[in-house]
Design a protein around this ligand. Structure first.
Ligand SMILES: Nc1ncnc2c1ncn2[C@@H]1O[C@H](COP(=O)(O)OP(=O)(O)OP(=O)(O)O)[C@@H](O)[C@H]1O
Length: 706
């Protein structure tokens, strides 16, 4: 590996950061100034020039995507690197999990090494169960998740002063005990437990390297502190202008805190290499922490601001525009479309599919968002661990899948206190003894006979079957890749699936695939594209209506992150007839914050829509969609189907449905029965149980009122 060649490509600031060997060093970096470049060069330099083995480094990132990018670069540069060498490279949670599974005495806390990682929702279910069983008095149950989070962060007795007179802290205590009894850890527990146990690890990394340090919360800072020993050096890069997760408490000035705690040397990376100077100049309007943002590139084209009649028109316009760019030589993978909320992606997907434009959607989705998979995961969990009673009860008493037994009866059955028989329970209980010969998806599917447990009348019948097969396929492949026996592979997958549940069914969007990328502004962090289209820059949506100053500032940083992804071309658009319930007609004030001289105003002044043309397009899209779904022999069909299941918009569901006094119900051929959330002369918005919120044009919707 010729690391010297790598060093030559760096500018003087970057080289100084790579070569730095202070005990602690914080690099305050501008957007697009080469943070990722420096981080990877530093790791390569330490390894090749300073003989620091990868096993002596802990490299912490905020996303699996960033960790994977670093790992891919290292394994690409050096074929001798083994997966075990990079076990200390990953997100804070995955590195904590690695320590707890392999290096720390979790038994001291009452856990066994095969503990399960659970999602916050599952923890909430356990808490609700305790409240019921123990008859606890808890106020504001609708805010329980948040209240629990806050109460669980409190570690000392003196701080345990309840804000309200109720049993919250008793619940926290009982919940801790119950999680230990069930051998389960939440994401928060992973960090708290690792921090409590790290003193015993004997671990002394030579280097701790942290990416995006500005987003760290106090537990993560504690983790860094526990890992850092006398002989450990710390190197962290971050950009205070890109803090977009302050809901986790990261607004504390991390750079300042680290600098003072470790008397860290402070370096900077001032030069942005990514964007044309017009784009950078616009970005400067959204800088919050002062400082300069200098670039090295020419002015480039002006920023285009466009108005669109509605999202459908915009999607059609973008389909044409993308084809035009592609014909002019722009690869699809250099084009990205951003929006503020996940539920804005569907219309682009439909129209792009119809127009044959390759695209990928970056989704933040967990297995839990797909009801049938939530059920299957619990079924498998109980099958490998019959002590996981809550999973067993859930599986038997689920009203959509399985034997649909009453909860009380299900509880008796799994506890062996019932005379009744359950075939499903027997299959689960005998699984460990009978599963040894299972090699394929079919064998696993047939062992449980999943077909009989899915209602043939359910709107999701076919999709559910495909979803199960896709998941089983991933599980079988996982075990094979790790060279484990079937049961070991399955158990390992289940233990950590909550942590990697995001994107488990759809690999993270890949920068190498030549397809247009669709994503939320949040998901765009760390990426870059030659052409960026930010859609729905409407009043009410960007910035999202916020409650206070802090949130408003975060919205501004989020927009800053979005526009600084663009290298050459940036287009901002807003709707004159927005259909999203949050958006109001008209451009966002963020557009008005950009100096007019940087803008080419391509406003379309007409609001006419050719309904005949729209109708033709929708019908054609529908016909193609149905054809594609019918081809379920195609292994990709399962993935596509899941990509298209829209993430449930919890907020929409709660707020809008509650406000509506006269609930109207509709029926749809594919989505089943739904509740109308909003409608006007042209559009109707309805919530469907397994599909989340959908929007339809009334003229073509084929919805029936019930
Ligand atoms: N010394 C350099 N010379 C030329 N180009 C560079 C140099 N350093 C970085 N770049 C390029 O600048 C762009 C931004 O780099 P990189 O993605 O590493 O920045 P970043 O700071 O991680 O960005 P962000 O703030 O968006 O996370 C990349 O296209 C990279 O190849």
């Amino acid at each position: 590996m010729n690391y010297e060649e790598e060093l030559k490509r760096l500018n003087e600031y970057q080289r100084e950061a790579v070569l730095d060997e202070s005990d602690a060093c914080i690099v305050n970096a501008n957007v697009g100034s080469g943070k990722t470049t420096v981080l990877i060069s530093k790791i390569l330099y330490l390894h090749h020039a300073k003989n620091v083995s990868y096993r002596n480094m802990i490299v912490l990132t905020f996303t699996n995507k960033a960790a994977n990018e670093i790992k891919e670069r290292l394994t690409g540069a050096d074929s001798g690197v083994q997966a075990e060498d990079l076990e200390g490279f990953g997100t804070f949670h995955s590195v904590a999990l690695h320590f707890l599974k392999n290096r720390l005495p979790v038994e001291k806390m009452g856990y066994t090494r095969d503990f399960l990682v659970i999602e916050p929702e599952e923890e909430l279910d356990i808490a609700l169960h305790i409240i019921q069983e123990e008859k606890l008095s808890i106020k504001y149950k609708n805010r329980l998740k948040k209240r629990l989070e806050q109460a669980m962060a409190v570690r000392t007795e003196e701080q345990m002063k309840p804000g309200y007179k109720d049993d919250l802290f008793r619940l926290v205590q009982l919940l801790r005990e119950e999680k230990i009894r069930q051998n389960k850890m939440s994401f928060l527990d992973l960090l708290q437990n690792v921090n409590d146990l790290l003193d015993d690890s004997g671990t002394e990394p030579k280097w701790i390297i942290i990416d995006e340090v500005q987003d760290s919360d106090s537990l993560q800072l504690d983790f860094i502190d526990k890992l850092k020993r006398d002989g450990t050096r710390l190197f962290a890069v971050g950009d205070p202008n890109q803090v977009i997760y302050s809901w986790r408490g990261s607004t504390l000035n991390v750079v300042y805190a680290l600098k003072h705690k470790y008397a860290a040397r402070e370096l900077s990376l001032p030069v942005n290499y990514r964007s044309s100077s017009s784009i950078l100049e616009a970005a400067r309007c959204f800088l919050q922490n002062g400082g300069s943002l200098t670039g090295v590139r020419e002015p480039g084209s002006k920023i285009v601001v466009k108005n669109q009649y509605n999202p459908f028109n915009e999607a059609c316009y973008l389909a044409d525009k993308i084809q035009e760019l592609h014909s002019a030589g722009v690869p699809y993978k250099e084009i990205a479309i951003f929006y503020r909320l996940q539920n804005q992606s569907q219309i682009f997907e439909d129209v792009f599919q119809k127009n044959g434009i390759p695209y990928e959607v970056s989704l933040k989705k967990t297995i839990r968002d797909i009801p049938v998979l939530n059920w299957v995961i619990k079924l498998l969990r109980f099958s490998v661990n019959p002590n996981d009673l809550s999973s067993g009860i859930y599986v038997l008493s689920n009203q959509d899948y399985g034997e649909r037994i009453r909860e009380k009866e299900a509880a008796k059955l799994v506890r062996g206190q019932s005379e009744k028989q359950s075939g499903l329970l027997a299959d689960m209980q005998e699984f460990a003894a009978r599963c040894a010969g299972i090699q394929s998806v079919d064998e696993l599917y047939d062992y449980f006979g999943f077909d009989r447990y899915i209602k043939p009348t359910a709107a999701t019948y076919r999709e559910d079957k495909e979803s199960i097969r896709t998941l089983l396929d991933i599980i079988i492949a996982y075990g094979k890749e790790k060279q484990m026996t079937f049961l070991e592979g399955l158990t390992d997958f289940l233990n950590s699936s909550a942590l990697y549940g995001v994107n488990i069914l759809q690999k993270d969007i890949s920068s190498s695939t030549d397809s247009v990328k669709l994503m939320t502004l949040h998901a765009s962090k760390g990426l870059e594209f030659s052409h960026v289209f930010i859609t729905g820059v409407n009043y009410g949506l960007i910035p999202l209506q916020t409650k206070g100053m802090e949130e408003e500032e975060e919205e501004r940083r989020l927009f800053f992150v979005g526009i600084t992804r663009a290298k050459d071309y940036l287009e901002l658009s807003y709707y004159t007839n927005p259909e999203h319930y949050r958006a109001m007609a008209g451009e966002s004030r963020y557009i008005r914050m950009i100096p007019p001289r940087l803008i080419r105003d391509d406003a379309v002044r007409t609001t006419e829509v050719s309904l005949q043309e729209l109708k033709k397009q929708i019908q054609a899209a529908r016909a193609e969609g149905e054809k594609a779904e019918a081809g379920s022999g195609n292994p990709e069909a399962g993935n596509r189907m899941m990509e298209n299941q829209e993430t449930k918009n919890q907020e929409t569901k709660n707020q809008e449905a509650i406000q509506r006094e006269n609930i109207r119900r509709v029926s749809h051929k594919k989505y089943g029965i739904g509740t109308v959330l909003r409608e006007d002369e042209m559009m109707i918005e309805a919530e469907f149980e397994n599909y989340g919120m959908k929007e339809f044009m009334k003229a073509f919707s084929e919805l029936e009122y019930l």
